[in-house]
Design a protein. Structure first.
Length: 361
């Protein structure tokens, strides 16, 4: 029994042992991209490959993958929990993690051998990256080019709030926002996305408005200058009612809560924006992983066909792939639900081989 298609005799394998160097990774990434983009037609963001340790991967778990995340005790709690399970051998770490950004940040574990690195480059740097760029949910809900700058802006803003208003006050606000973060998403029509420059300008305008409202003389003379601009209670009540119904609880509180300071409203907005950014990953997990599995499966077989993988490396890959897409039966002791990798991979393979069905209603 062979490990895959017969290799071209004149081709030289990308590697012949499990060890790898940075130059090897560059050669592997180039070969993977040639097949992914050149043969399969995958359209991806630029890739930024980062090699990280196990502890750094745990840190990425805790911060949801974003390289610049604001400080909050819940992230430390998540890190301590994951680290405890990992140290006791009760869980294993992912071979990779990729951030939906432009450029896409692809974390690779330094413990991976050459075969695993090749697999995860095909899986994440090509498969997930292609899905991020082309899937409709990600195109509507996220702005890949702005997320890294926005995360850095948020981290600096939260730090300034902690200095100005105290860590405890900021934590209480973030605690409340985190409790409602799943109710802080516009499921029907996403609101307009703002660039980092627009976010900074909007924040400056909000702070200026707060300073003006606190100026007693300005408050007294504003209506005297133009009496017709005085508030009409009936119009105010009507305007208030027009904001309902509102599915986005965080947005409603940000705009309507009378007891919040502007910096607290901004923190609600931060949590709301990040929740919206991560929502497509929850919605599309099965097809996202299925697309990535199909890409690494196809690319690895093409590498073998071109003679760029040894038979031993191909056997190792098949063992790794089989473990990833394994689906125990419902009556098996290891059954814990549907494996999204298995079902997603099967759906992608079926859509690749099946003829389209046109329904005429």
């Amino acid at each position: 029994m062979t490990a895959g298609p017969t290799a071209a005799p004149s081709a030289r394998p990308l590697f012949e042992s499990g060890d790898w160097t940075v130059d090897d990774l560059q050669s592997i990434q180039s070969a993977v991209a040639d097949i992914g983009a050149g043969e399969l037609g995958l359209s991806t963001y630029r890739n930024r490959i980062e090699i990280i340790t196990a502890e750094q991967m745990l840190d990425a778990y805790a911060s949801l993958g974003l390289p610049h995340m604001y400080r909050h005790w819940s992230f430390g709690k998540r890190f301590a929990h994951q680290e405890g399970l990992y140290r006791k051998g009760l869980t294993s770490l992912a071979l990779e993690m990729i951030v939906n950004a432009d450029p896409a940040v692809c974390y690779l574990m330094e413990e991976n051998n050459a075969t695993a690195q090749t697999t995860v480059l095909a899986h994440a740097a090509m498969g997930h990256n292609h899905f991020f760029r082309n899937n409709q949910a990600f195109r509507e809900w996220t702005e890949a080019a702005a997320i890294l700058d926005y995360a850095e802006f948020v981290r600096a803003y939260v730090a300034r709030c902690e200095e100005a208003y105290g860590i405890e006050a900021v934590e209480r606000t973030l605690d409340a926002a985190h409790a409602l973060q799943e109710q802080g998403i516009d499921h029907i029509v996403p609101r307009r996305r703002y660039t980092v420059a627009e976010e900074r300008q909007r924040l400056a305008n909000r702070q200026q408005a707060e300073r003006e409202q606190e100026h007693e003389l300005w408050r007294v003379t504003a209506h005297l200058a133009d009496p017709e601009q005085a508030a009409d209670p009936e119009l105010e009540a009507e305007a208030w009612a027009m904001t309902l119904p509102e599915e986005n609880v965080l947005y409603f509180l940000e705009k309507q809560s009378p007891g919040l300071h502007d910096w607290q409203r901004e923190l609600l907005r931060v949590v709301r924006n990040l929740s919206t950014y991560f929502e497509p990953q929850r919605q599309t997990m099965m097809m996202n992983e299925g697309c990535a599995c199909w890409c690494h499966y196809t690319i690895m077989h093409r590498l073998r066909e071109k003679g760029l993988l040894t038979e031993g490396a191909m056997l190792e890959f098949l063992h790794l792939h089989s473990s990833v897409v394994a689906q125990p039966g419902f009556d098996h002791p290891a059954f814990s639900g549907i494996n999204p990798y298995a079902l997603g991979f099967a759906m992608c393979r079926d859509s690749k081989t099946s003829k389209p069905v046109i329904l005429r209603l």
